[in-house]
Design a protein around this ligand. Structure first.
Ligand SMILES: CC(C)(COP(=O)(O)OP(=O)(O)OC[C@H]1O[C@@H](n2cnc3c(N)ncnc32)[C@H](O)[C@@H]1OP(=O)(O)O)[C@@H](O)C(=O)NCCC(=O)NCCS
Length: 210
């Protein structure tokens, strides 16, 4: 399959990175009939705030950012800041839609174009857990990164004790690479994290594309 980087380039594109326009063109990304990823825009701020606000207890254990999310305007600022990084093509912020409902958020958290590596982060509202939504979204984004964006390495980091999070890369057969001691600070505690990765060669072998 031709990746986006193999296709004819516009003047402002380099051989290393696709243009923002090229990335934008990938969305909305339809995964299945009732599941799609859309770029989060400022018009989504009220919906995003509502989802965070109704899931504070569920999210707070692992995602301390929720404490700073006290209004629609905080959601608005979050989306705006992410759009700036998006313009720099280092971050892509997406909403996960299950049917008509915003179910959660998933990101290309940091795209390291020079090393062709990307980190994926995610969370879901409590009522959307247990349906394979994030596993399928991560699978689609791994596929997109490798097959469309020319990425060689996809990473997922989870807190060591966050078993639900760890099950996602494990279900997709990411390789567990190691434990980083006290790598993340969650409020007053430092927690260990586990890193997982999928290489393009392994993904293509797994999906029979090699
Ligand atoms: C981490 C988190 C996203 C995982 O959510 P999840 O619902 O467990 O993950 P998925 O959406 O992939 O669903 C997997 C579950 O759906 C089931 N499932 C149903 N259909 C499935 C399908 N087609 N494919 C895969 N799994 C499927 C799986 O068996 C699994 O069930 P289980 O919970 O009984 O083990 C969620 O718990 C969360 O947001 N937690 C709070 C925030 C957080 O920790 N974020 C991560 C920080 S790095």
């Amino acid at each position: 399959m031709l990746s986006k980087l193999d296709r004819p380039r516009k003047d402002n594109e380099t051989s290393q990175t696709p243009s923002q326009e090229t990335i934008d063109d990938l969305f909305p990304l339809k995964i299945e009939r009732d599941l799609q990823l859309k770029l989060l825009e400022r018009k989504h701020a009220p919906e995003l705030f509502k989802l965070v606000d109704s899931n504070r207890t569920h999210l707070r254990r692992w995602l301390p950012f929720v404490d700073d999310y006290r209004s629609v305007s905080a959601a608005n600022q979050f989306i705006r800041r992410n759009r700036e990084s998006h313009a720099g093509k280092t971050r892509v912020l997406m909403g996960i839609w299950s049917g008509e409902s915003l179910a959660g958020v998933i990101t290309y958290d940091y795209i390291d174009w020079s090393n062709r590596a990307v980190l994926i982060g995610f969370w879901l509202g409590k009522s959307f857990e247990g349906r394979g939504i994030v596993t399928r979204a991560c699978s689609a984004l791994t596929d997109l990164a490798i097959n469309e964006l020319g990425i060689n390495r996809v990473e997922i980091f989870c807190a060591y004790e966050n078993t639900r999070c760890r099950s996602v890369p494990e279900r997709l057969e990411f390789k567990q690479e190691g434990v980083s001691r006290q790598r993340e600070r969650i409020r007053e505690h430092f927690v260990d994290t586990v890193s997982y990765s999928m290489l393009a060669s392994d993904w293509k072998n797994r999906t029979g594309e090699a």
